[in-house]
Design a protein around this ligand. Structure first.
Ligand code: DOR
Ligand code: ZN
Length: 355
């Protein structure tokens, strides 16, 4: 049995408040524990979005009652909430800025709307950008102009990883994450994922070309974190005429990474660096005491949505054979997950930003 620290997933869509038929603080944190993740950072594009003190309280109260693993909640940048968000920074995981269109209402089209957020949000609190391609280049320019760190969510393109590499070499304070679906899937996999339902292949950023995927692997040292962008939508919604973008990912993250280690494409050290140490530093997270996971590196199994704790009922990795299974999760001295069973109670999870 291999022992690793509990993983940190800095990018999770919990869906509560507002869309608990997709997921809630209970089911999302069960999925996290089953995946060996002991700390999640929750995104603010809920219904309503988390964009002021009242909505932050709403999310944190549900989390307080239901979460089974540790957590923090992001606040979302809107057209006129930069002042309020500054005062909430200490209670939040950080600030999320949606600079390209995706699921939910939070979106800042105009670059003049970015400015007050870059000006106001404390420099020692994390800022995460959803910014693709040239928008990402603009976001990196903002990091340089305002001389503050930014973290780029879910990079997927060769041009993105190369630009981040160049920016880092010039001392710009930029970090980035990559999602398993952008490392293990390309455009060419869409027909197999879709099974005649094109909505199942929809995700933002979209699945990219093989060349893009190869560039991410080739520049692994540029990538600071692995993040799932766990974005559960039900199968019924994915198969509808207006399918929302997003893939679930909490329960497939570690088995996919361990399989890559078995294939010689990744090292165990890289997993620990990008799923524990770097996210802890970038997002200024406390160490979780007496917290570790035990993994059977030899166990081979098939990924199946029916075995998942997520409420969404599907996975783009259905039928994939993986090697490496989470057997046991110990969180703050308590067994939280063992042999397929969640043992942590609702409400056991802690808000790591609580003083
Ligand atoms: O595919 C996505 N789904 N990308 C995002 O940026 C948002 C997410 C969601 O909330 O469903
Ligand atoms: Zn996301």
């Amino acid at each position: 049995m291999l022992k690793l620290p509990g993983l940190i997933d800095p990018h999770v869509h919990v869906r509560e408040p507002g869309q608990t038929h997709k997921e809630d603080w209970d089911s999302a944190t069960q999925a996290a524990l089953a995946g060996g993740v002991t700390l999640i950072l929750a995104m603010p594009n809920t219904k309503p979005p988390i964009f002021d003190a009242a909505t932050l309280d709403l999310a944190l109260e549900s989390a307080r009652q239901k979460a089974r693993c540790d957590y923090a909640q992001f606040v979302g940048a809107g057209p006129d909430n930069a002042d309020i968000l500054r005062s909430l920074a200490a209670q939040a995981a950080g600030l999320k800025m949606y600079l390209d269109s995706t699921f939910g209402e939070l979106r800042l089209d105009d670059m003049t709307l970015w400015m007050p957020h870059f000006q106001n949000f404390p420099k020692d609190s994390p800022v995460v950008l959803h910014s693709e391609s040239r928008t990402m280049a603009a976001g990196i320019l903002f990091a340089a102009l305002y001389d503050r760190p930014v973290h780029i969510a879910h990079i997927s393109l060769k041009e993105e990883v190369l630009l981040i590499k160049a920016a880092k070499e010039r001392g710009i304070k930029v970090t980035c994450e990559v999602c398993p679906h952008h490392l293990f899937l390309s455009k060419d996999d869409i027909p197999a994922i879709a099974h005649g339902h094109p909505g199942r292949g929809e995700v933002r950023p979209r699945l990219a070309t093989k060349e893009d995927v190869d560039a991410l692997w080739k520049n692994m040292e540029v990538i600071d974190c692995f993040a799932t962008d766990h974005a559960p939508h039900t199968l019924q919604e994915k198969d509808s005429d207006n399918p929302p973008p997003g893939f679930p990912g909490l329960e497939t993250l570690l088995p996919l990474l361990l399989t890559a280690v078995d294939d010689g494409r990744l090292t165990m050290d890289e997993i620990v660096q990008k799923s524990v140490i770097n996210p802890r530093n970038i997002f200024r997270l406390p160490e979780q005491p007496e917290t570790w996971i035990e993994v059977d590196e030899k166990a081979e199994y098939e990924i199946k949505a029916v075995n998942q704790f997520s409420r969404c009922g599907w996975t783009p990795f259905e039928g994939w054979k993986v090697k490496g299974q989470v057997r046991k999760v110990t969180l703050r001295g308590q067994t939280a997950f063992e042999d397929g069973k969640i043992l942590a109670e609702k409400g056991f999870g802690r808000n790591i930003r609580d003083q």
